[in-house]
Design a binder for this molecule. Structure first.
Ligand code: ATP
Ligand code: MG
Length: 311
């Protein structure tokens, strides 16, 4: 089932400062802050929610179609999409912009100083869901403010079921706007923190949000996840990871499992378990897209953990 993944495509530039920020940021001089950190180690990861979700869904054997806006520096990412066989027909180049990117400097205490440049992502409304061909399912992951609103409207107009996945984009919207997203969406997926904020902004409880949708999925990190559907609450345990290296992108990996399960009409228990497995496979690797598994491997791992095969 062709699944439209609306969201960001981004680079994550990660630099490690081999010292402690606290040795260089002097509290009494904070009003004239001017610091430069020498960072011998730097890496650039392929990221962005749409890129990550599409990567994971393709690994599962799904049919992701990304919808995103990117800048003049996209060529290395395009080559990767090509290699992975990912559909780029709705990835729009916005001239004279940079692709969205984060610049993350980490010190030896794991403190982080991050700058995020949205760049082309802020033009996501230039893409229209109406232009995506033969799509039967979708997701709206964090993206430009106007784009997320517009894509929700367009999915709704076209009668295409979609997951509303506001993520770090959630604070951009007021209660009425969020309620409207929920009303248009068939599914809502949030983490624990976002679930709290969503309740505060909309004045709706999790149960009330669930009632407006086919399912509300709340992920809880190492605690697993809960799926609220049909007046029931299904608790999905987490899968013990091989190693805990980097939680970035676990949410996106989980969502790929959700989309695969929905597209293949699996029950919620199975769908949640697949998301859970994908999150655990991701966390053992650095970055959002450096874990690599064949469908056979995923099938075997699912069997090892849950006692039945999924594919
Ligand atoms: N430490 C962990 N051990 C096992 N599974 C994990 C762990 N952390 C995350 N997961 C799996 O990944 C899912 C999503 O993680 P989480 O709730 O942290 O999402 P998130 O906060 O949106 O993450 P991010 O936005 O950083 O990608 C969890 O429901 C769980 O199944
Ligand atoms: Mg998240």
């Amino acid at each position: 089932m062709r699944t439209l993944i609306c969201g960001s495509i981004a680079y994550d530039n990660i630099m490690v400062f081999p010292d402690h920020f606290k040795n260089h940021i002097l509290p009494e001089k904070i009003h004239v802050l001017n610091v430069a950190f020498l960072v011998p180690e730097m890496r650039r990861e392929f990221g962005g929610c749409a890129g990550n979700i599409a990567y994971n869904l393709k690994m599962l054997g799904g049919e992701p179609v990304m919808m995103a806006t990117v800048g003049d520096d996209i060529q290395p990412y395009r080559e990767r999409f090509e290699q992975l066989g990912l559909d780029q027909s709705n990835v729009l180049h916005v001239k004279d912009t940079f692709t969205a990117q984060a610049f993350i400097t980490t010190d030896l205490d794991d403190n982080q100083i991050t700058a995020f440049h949205p760049g082309a992502m802020n033009f996501s409304h230039l893409n229209s869901v109406h232009d995506a061909k033969n799509v039967q399912l979708g997701i709206i992951a964090p993206d430009g403010r106007d784009g997320m609103l517009q894509h929700a409207l367009e999915f709704h107009q076209n009668g295409i079921p979609f997951i509303f996945d506001p993520g770090q984009g959630l604070p951009m919207y007021n209660g009425d706007e969020l309620t409207d997203f929920i009303d248009k969406a068939d599914y809502v997926a949030v983490n624990d923190y976002e679930g709290q904020l969503l309740q505060e902004r909309t004045g709706l409880t999790l149960e009330a949000i669930a009632q407006k949708t086919k399912a509300l999925i709340v992920t809880l990190g190492a605690q697993g996840s809960t799926i609220y559907t049909d007046g029931q609450q299904i608790d999905i345990p987490s899968v013990k990871p091989q190693d805990i290296v980097d939680p970035t992108g676990c949410g996106d990996a989980y969502r790929a499992g959700l989309l695969y399960g929905i597209a293949h009409d699996m029950d919620w228990q199975t769908t949640g378990r697949l998301g859970s497995l994908m999150g655990a496979l991701k966390i053992a690797h650095r970055g959002g897209q450096n874990h690599s598994f064949t469908r056979d491997m995923i099938n075997q791992l699912y069997f090892d953990h849950f006692g039945n095969r999924i594919f």
